[in-house]
Each structure stands twice: as C-alpha cells, then as structure tokens.
Design a protein around this ligand. Structure first.
Ligand code: HEM
Length: 456
C-alpha cells in the first residue's frame, strides 16, 4: 500500500466485549448493516468476535472497490459453500484474465437477440400456470413463483420441461439447493463427511453431473440448435477456434440454473405484494398491460411495459434479492484513502446503498417514478446496483428483467391478485439472499378469454 497522504480511519460501531456485534448479526443482519451505514456513513465496520468486517454504503466507494480495484479482491469465503454444486470453474469463483475470457465467450449467449428466443417459453409457462389457478384460490406466492421460474430456467437453459420431463434432474437440483440453504443457515459440515444428509446431497450432485454430461453428448451427436443456453454454449468458439470444454459448460449451466431462478422468483414475490399494497400503482400497471389489447406479450412489447419495468426496479431497490455483495482483499490496498488489509472482508450491501437518502429521498417509500429515465440518469452510478457492478456484475440481468416483466404482464392479463387484510410479509435472509416470508394472495380471475400464444 503506497500513499502520500495519511490513511483515513474506518469508523467502527460499538459492540459487546469479546463477541463484538455477533448477537446483532445473528438477530438481524439487515438491521446491523443499516446501523453501520447510519452511524458510520460511507464506510464503517462491525466486529464478529475478533474479525472486523468493513461495510460500504456509498456509490463512490462501491464503484472504487468493485470496478477500480476489482483485481485486488475476490469473492471471499461466503460464497464458497456453492463450490460442490457449481464447481471451481463457475464464473463466481474465477477472477482476472480467465474470468474475463469466459465472460467474453458468454456474451453472445446473453445477447438480446438470443434472449428474445426465450420469451415464448416465459409467457407460455406463465399462461399455463395462471390458467390452472381458480377464482378465489389462495396462492402461496413464493412457492408458485419458484415453481414457475424453475420451469422457465429448465426450458431456457437445457430445453427440459420439468413439469413433464427429467424428474430425477429436477429432484436432484431441488435436493442440492435445499442442502446449500441448510449449509448457509447452520454450522457447515464438510460435504465429504458421511452423514445421511451429505450422502443424499452427493448423490444429487452426481445425478446433475451425469444428466448434464448426457445432454452434452446428445447435443454433440445431433447439433440442431434447440434455441436454449446449452445449444448456444456448444456453438461458442474462442479466438483459436476451440469450443468451451465440457466441465466448463457444466459449470456455466449449473451456475445459471442456481443463480437464475430463485433470485427472480424472489423479485417477483416482493413485487406482487408491493403492488397489492399500492392500488394506484397496481391500476397504472394494469392499464399498461391492457393497452397490449390482449396480445400475449413478446420481446417487442417490452418497451410498452415501461411503467411495469419501473415498478420492478423500485421493488429491487427496496428488496434487492442479493442484499449484500461480499469481497475479501487479496492484498493490502487503499480505497479512496481507507486502508484495507489483505484478507479483510468487505461487504457492499445494495440494501443499504439503496436506502441512502442522498440518492433516494424518503428511501422507505415505494415510488416507481424514481426510475423515470431522466431521474434515473441524474443519480450517480452504483447508487442503484441490484445486479452488482464491475467484472462480476450479473450476466443474467437482462434475462431477469425480461422474465419478470413478461411473467407479471401475462399473469395480469388473466387475473388480479389480492393481498388479504393483515397478511404479513417479513424479510428473511439466507447467506446473501433476501426473501419474503411465505405469504398468500387471492386469485380473482378476469373475465374474457386468456390470450393465446403459439405452442412450440
Ligand atoms: C432478479 C434476479 C437477479 C438478481 C437480483 C441477481 C443479482 C446478481 C448479483 C448482485 C450478482 C453479482 C454478485 C457479485 O458481484 O458477487 C450476480 C451475479 C451473477 N448472476 Fe445474477 N441476479 C439475478 C438473476 C440472474 C439470472 C436470471 C441469471 C442467469 C440466467 C444470473 C446469473 C448470474 C451469474 C452467472 C453471476 C456471476 C457473474 C460473474 O461472477 O461473472 N443471475 N447476480
């Protein structure tokens, strides 16, 4: 670390002797992060026993760290529990040149033209789900949104309809994701230990490996473009004309599957209950959807759903489904005059940055108009970062926004959703994800026929 100026001191919140802020960390991470942000400002810290954790709450510092100093940090220990599922070759665990190379190779697979091909599956599966919901039925929203986004990710990633096909792969994915949830919420036991739970998780991971290997073999025999991510990845060639190797494809597909459906399901779940609590916003969204004239929404209709997009963005501001981004310094480094030592863990919580009143006055108020184009442009970069920032920024952000818009518009064409009086929705955190507690909404079917879409 070289600097001509003396270092600035990172302020720290008070804590109990020895354990520091451990009790607060256990009771509510969100409140603890907000406390650091409120008491310390742009940068501050708390303590878990002897370990000091730095928290960044300003857009400028987030930019310095995630973009300017990206090479000085890695993801740290928090995300490592995902290694057994997604593998070391996952984008999440790569850094520097190998990471840049993979992102470059993947860019065409996430190009809007390619994403447009996924729209039909998104609307079709939503229509099927919505058609099955009866007038007056109470829907467990988080559950229903998770089933729907899982079906969509299965279809768009590897052309499998989990409702009718590959039950063993679906089950294995569910077992593994549930196991990772368990590992994040309790003292982690290494996967190699022969507990019953571990054996089940290892068997599930082996099933996922075998299924994906079989899919790759099948695609190599028949190279028809099936318009899914797997076909797209198999077509990629690097500058030397070489394809992506099989283990790398497996890592990408499993990463997209696990990173791509729950985050979106949670974003949908947060947004539905916000809409129900703000009838004037709900009415405006419904009007926008009705202006499609009953046509099943497609890629070309997304610009016509701009208010819905503002609603989703505002929902992700209040409830970023990845509520904090974790990094650890790989060397001593100075961030805007603050010293960060090698190994130091730094948290960058969109949850706090999005509540900074300097960027978002009355931050707790739900106000989609904040995302009108001009107002959006007037705010500093990184003041809004539900998809992260820098080299590891979410590769699926357009996929996720498109999917959320299409699912909501398609559902609203068929039905209204009411939140029963007194239904509580509380934030729950697990590792880095922010989930709404389970809650129910009542279906009110709208009259008229459901819009039709071609079935592929
Ligand atoms: C509302 C939905 C989503 C949210 C809020 C979200 C959020 C994020 C965030 C904050 C990061 C950065 C993590 C970091 O820097 O440590 C990230 C990375 C990532 N996301 Fe998403 N994501 C969403 C949907 C998706 C979807 C649909 C996909 C894939 C189809 C996806 C794939 C990924 C991948 C592969 C990474 C790692 C990128 C890298 O390390 O280079 N995400 N996401």
């Amino acid at each position: 670390m070289e600097t001509s100026q003396p270092y600035k001191t990172i302020p720290r919140i008070s804590g109990a002797p020895l354990i520091g802020n451990l009790s607060e960390f256990r009771a509510s991470r969100l409140d603890l992060l907000l406390r650091v942000s409120r008491e310390c400002g742009d940068i501050g810290s708390f303590r878990i026993g002897p370990v000091e954790v730095v928290v960044i709450s300003s857009a400028t510092l987030a930019n310095s760290l995630l973009v300017g100093h990206a090479e000085d940090f890695n993801g740290g220990p928090i995300g490592r529990i995902f290694v057994p599922l997604v593998g070391e070759k996952s984008l999440i665990f790569q850094d520097g040149a190998p990471h840049r190379e993979q992102r470059k190779l993947l860019a065409p697979s996430f190009h809007p033209k390619r994403l447009a091909e996924f729209c039909q599956s998104m609307t079709r599966y939503t229509q099927e789900a919505a058609s099955g919901w009866q007038d007056g039925q109470m829907l467990d929203m988080v559950h229903e949104m998770t089933i729907l986004t899982m079906r969509i990710i299965g279809k768009t990633m590897f052309d499998v309809d989990f409702q009718n096909e590959a039950p063993e792969l679906r089950e294995a994915m569910m077992v593994t994701l549930e196991h990772l949830d368990h590992m994040s919420s309790s003292a982690p036991i290494p996967l190699s230990w022969p507990t019953a739970r571990n054996k089940r998780a290892r068997a599930a991971i082996a099933t996922i490996d075998n299924s994906i290997r079989a899919m790759i073999d099948e695609r190599r025999r028949d190279s028809t473009d099936r318009k899914d991510m797997m076909s797209s990845l198999l077509q990629v060639r690097d500058d030397a004309g070489q394809p992506i190797d099989e283990s790398q494809i497996r890592a990408h597909i499993v990463t997209f599957f696990s990173a791509g459906h729950e985050t979106t399901a949670l974003a949908l779940s947060w947004t539905w209950q916000l809409l129900a609590r703000h009838p004037e916003v709900y009415a405006k969204v419904r009007q926008e959807v009705d202006a499609l004239g009953g046509k099943s929404p497609g890629f070309e209709d997304l610009p016509r759903l701009s208010y819905l997009q503002q609603v989703i963005k505002e929902s992700l501001r209040l409830h970023p489904t990845i509520f904090m981004i974790a990094r650890a310094a790989v060397r001593d480094v100075e961030i805007d005059g603050y010293p960060i030592r090698k190994g130091q863990m730094v948290l960058i919580p969109p949850y706090c940055i999005h509540r900074n009143p300097e960027y978002f006055p009355e931050p707790e108020r739900f106000q989609p108009e904040r995302f009108e184009t001009e107002r959006e442009k007037s705010r500093p970069k990184q003041s809004y970062m539900p998809f992260g920032s820098g080299p590891h920024t979410c590769i699926g952000s357009h996929f996720a926004m498109m999917e959320t818009q299409l699912i909501m518009a398609t559902m609203l064409q068929q039905l209204d959703l009411e939140l029963p009086a007194g239904e509580q929705v509380k934030p729950q955190v697990l590792t880095v994800s922010l989930r709404p507690s389970a809650y129910k909404m009542r279906v009110k079917r709208r009259s008229g026929d459901a819009p039709q879409t071609k079935v592929a």
